[in-house]
Unconditional design. Structure first.
Length: 218
């Protein structure tokens, strides 16, 4: 019997997850199968199920680890900023990060939009809880770093702002395509149903930040 060490098991699980991520870059979640992931990973389908009991488990792991890496990078970026960051500078930072997520982290944004409607239905709760605990701790460290640079923002508030940012992007994504059916433009055109993800997300976050900082002054 081929008995793997814990390190080897972790490396194989990461390889399987990375393979799924590669497939997701060019395909929809629904079109990806466990058989495809197993074949491209170079493992048997039975072996694959020893690591991930469902496809949703794999993608939940990708989502949580992806946001953890994103937050870790934000921590490093913020630590390089001056000791005092103005409200305007911080607001611009949040807007720039929203644009960055939509433009350069589209895979992560797509994964996040799948979380509630798709992934949580069949993902393993214990594994998800473990991943969320790690993500939460990273989020708290990010909040702490921001609160040390931005006046009037607590660690909890700073951490929560990224949840709001995520909710805005995912909510808009889940409402996109009302003017289409199966990626084909509907006729007559439903012009007011059309959503521009980046434009609308930035505008909505600006409104939120304006209200948030106005409430801090009261």
């Amino acid at each position: 019997m081929n008995i793997l060490t814990e390190k080897q098991r972790t490396e194989k699980a990461e390889k399987i997850a990375d393979t799924a991520l590669q497939l997701f870059q060019t395909r929809s979640f629904g079109s990806i199968t466990m058989s495809q992931i197993a074949a491209k990973s170079g493992v048997g389908k039975g072996t694959l199920f020893n690591y991930f009991e469902t496809k949703e488990n794999i993608f939940m792991r990708l989502l949580l680890s992806g946001y953890q890496d994103y937050f870790e990078n934000l921590i490093q970026d913020f630590q390089k900023l001056p000791s005092h960051v103005s409200v305007e500078e911080f607001s611009n930072f949040m807007i720039n990060q929203t644009q960055y997520l939509i433009r350069d982290k589209s895979v992560l944004v797509r994964l996040n939009a799948l979380r509630a409607p798709v992934l949580e239905g069949r993902a393993n709760m214990d594994q998800t809880l473990t991943g969320r605990q790690i993500l939460y701790e990273t989020s708290q460290r990010l909040g702490q770093v921001i609160s040390e640079h931005v006046t009037f923002i607590s660690k909890s508030e700073a951490s929560h702002l990224f949840i709001v940012q995520s909710a805005i992007i995912s909510g808009l994504m889940n409402m996109m395509g009302l003017d289409e059916f199966d990626h084909e433009q509907l006729s007559p055109k439903f012009t007011d149903f059309k959503i521009n993800l980046e434009t609308d997300a930035v505008q909505t976050l600006k409104f939120y930040l304006t209200g948030f900082f106005a409430s801090k002054k009261q």
